[in-house]
Ligand binder design. Sequence first.
Ligand code: KG4
Ligand code: ZN
Length: 360
Amino acid sequence: MNILAIETSCDETSLALVEARGGLRNPKFRVYKNLISSQIPVHRPFGGVVPNLAKREHIKNLPVLARQIFGKWPIANGKKNGRYKPHLIAVTVGPGLEPALWAGIEFAKKLHTELQAISHTPIALLGANHLEGHLYSFLFSSNLRHLTSNLFPAIALIVSGGHTILLALKNLTTWKKLGETRDDAAGEAFDKVARLLGLPYPGGPEIQKISRRGKPNIPFPRPMAHQKNYDFSFSGLKTSVLYYLRDNANVTNRKTNAAKKLMADVAASFQEAVIDVLAAKTMRAVKEFGAKSVLLSGGVAANKALRAALSREAKKSSARFLVPDYLFNTDNAAMIAVAAYINYLKGKKYKLVARGDMNI
Ligand code: KG4
Ligand code: ZN
């Protein structure tokens, strides 16, 4: 089955064409195209994503990406591109920024009407859950040859700009949410701390970069790490960084070598604190549920130190560690195609209505 997927929940416009086969027992995917048009330069001057600007950019970018897939846009009447004809069109309906989600939904409907008009067979149009997309992106891990029952039960950690969620999976389609963040998401904390350090948006990759030059020698708190629940909280950690920077006035003159060194130490110490908390809770869940694997996903999964820490800890517990290849960590439409394929097979349907606060 060929799936055309559309993702516009935040600041990446993405269109993917993915071939899916194997059913729920052994789902396999071949990514023909996974086009991502990033809006980072547009939002950077504002220090974060501006919803209406995001919507405007998605409306502008979607036809450009569709043209790259179909050769022509709008698709000329009667002329079909057989090779790329999708059997299913999937679009993210939530969670995310509602104006941005609507841009994707409206485009999906239009594309569906145009393609259906030139197709002899019915084309399905399905909504998809962005968080399920992240969750299932572990299927894009090059370390995974086949989906086997040996992976389950599994513990999944989804860490993105908007969410920090821990799930216990019985199998590919049945899970229980163990906990989530009570305030800032992990990625949001990276973005806010980067801002405090005068680094541009998005902050995660910037913090990772300068952390390499620093030492994690500042004892920032590990919020909720030892509480017997699976919830997270990162806003207090961000405040500790704020106070630390305020009390160490020498950082304000950022050009001196001493200040640069201190900023690198702050970044490394903050990064380590976040990773310690994420790893502690994830591994406690692995033990409690006797998990055979740890599945890491979401934009923050691109963080090399986090990948290394969870991989090391999983090994100690004899659990497999799976994380998508780098292309599939931050928002992309290929993961939306995967989520749509699995839900299509299960008969689970989401309405084509934007739901900013949709959960998993
Ligand atoms: O999944 P994603 O692309 O969008 C949401 O669904 O939110 O995640 C974006 C988040 C941003 O907060 C960004 O700073 C963070 O992922 N991120 C990282 C890294 N790369 C992206 N955080 C830490 N280290 C990274 N290397
Ligand atoms: Zn995301």
